[in-house]
Design a protein around this ligand. Structure first.
Ligand code: ZN
Length: 264
């Protein structure tokens, strides 16, 4: 039984401050170590539930966050997350370290892709974030997202979006840039159990989808960002000074759902 795990950094256990996102900081190294522990707890849960092939993608900020030698060797790291062949024969996706969509009250480091580049992201008029982007892409390959871990707000968003999803809450946002965390032991146990339960019930969770043709809308913080993107992405049309939209009939690649953060 094949399972895919995609990871992010903001929703990792014991990551409690925005400073830890700075790749040059001591806190970042700690966050990466925690990322490995959370991921390994999910791998253990998936294996206990019967998975015998696990593929892991380091999804935060273009990758480079995994610490060599710390990933459970029973899993394989895979680089090209956009490659649909990754999902062949896959029964479930687990989303570890998730954060909430932009504009979520007490969502720890809430954003979509880049808090500087994008203000809001909508699918068919509904504001959403990276959970939906990932769930839609997996869903287009017939794979359901069955489990997430992250802060309370991210998990609430997941529970509202995907019926039956298992959630491991590892912290609570205090405002945007700080969080109150549960202990390491408790967090890893919650992740392992949620991964186990998610994989066990994978067949009962529907791959996520929306109505097609679907509209993808992006709002930028400044109108010049909007202009720069329009130069590179001719499939989009402008709605107003800071908003662009395009319509898709299906999801061919991840870029149908979004844009690269910086077209330069
Ligand atoms: Zn991230």
């Amino acid at each position: 039984m094949k399972v895919q795990i995609v990871t992010d950094l903001e929703g990792i256990s014991l990551v409690d401050s925005i400073d830890m996102m700075d790749r040059k900081s001591e806190g970042y190294r700690f966050a990466c170590h925690r990322l490995m522990l959370d991921t390994n707890a999910a791998i253990q849960g998936a294996i206990d539930a019967g998975a015998d092939e696990i593929i892991v993608t380091d999804g935060h900020g273009g990758g480079g966050n995994f610490i060599e030698g710390e990933l459970d060797p029973r899993a394989t790291q895979y680089w090209d997350y956009e490659d649909k062949s990754l999902y062949k024969d896959c029964v479930a996706c687990l989303h570890i370290g998730l954060h909430a969509k932009p504009g979520t009250l007490n969502g720890f480091l809430d954003h979509v892709q880049s808090s500087l580049a994008y203000t809001n992201y909508y699918v068919n008029g509904k504001k959403c974030g990276e959970l939906v982007q990932n769930a839609l892409f997996c869903g287009s390959c017939g794979v359901p997202v069955v489990m997430v871990s992250g802060d309370e707000a991210a998990c609430a968003e997941a529970a509202e979006t995907i019926e039956g999803i298992e959630c491991a809450v590892v912290k609570r946002g205090i405002g945007r840039n700080r969080a109150e965390c549960i202990s390491s032991e408790e967090a890893l146990e919650r992740i392992r159990i949620a991964a186990y339960n998610g994989v066990k019930k994978a067949a009962s969770i529907k791959p996520y989808t929306v109505e097609f043709p679907a509209t993808i809308k992006l709002e930028f913080p400044r109108s010049d960002y909007c202009e720069k993107h329009l130069e590179y992405y001719s499939q989009y049309t402008r709605v107003d000074a800071r908003t662009i939209v395009h319509t898709i009939d299906k999801i061919g690649t991840f870029l149908d759902l979004t844009l690269q953060q910086d077209p330069e």
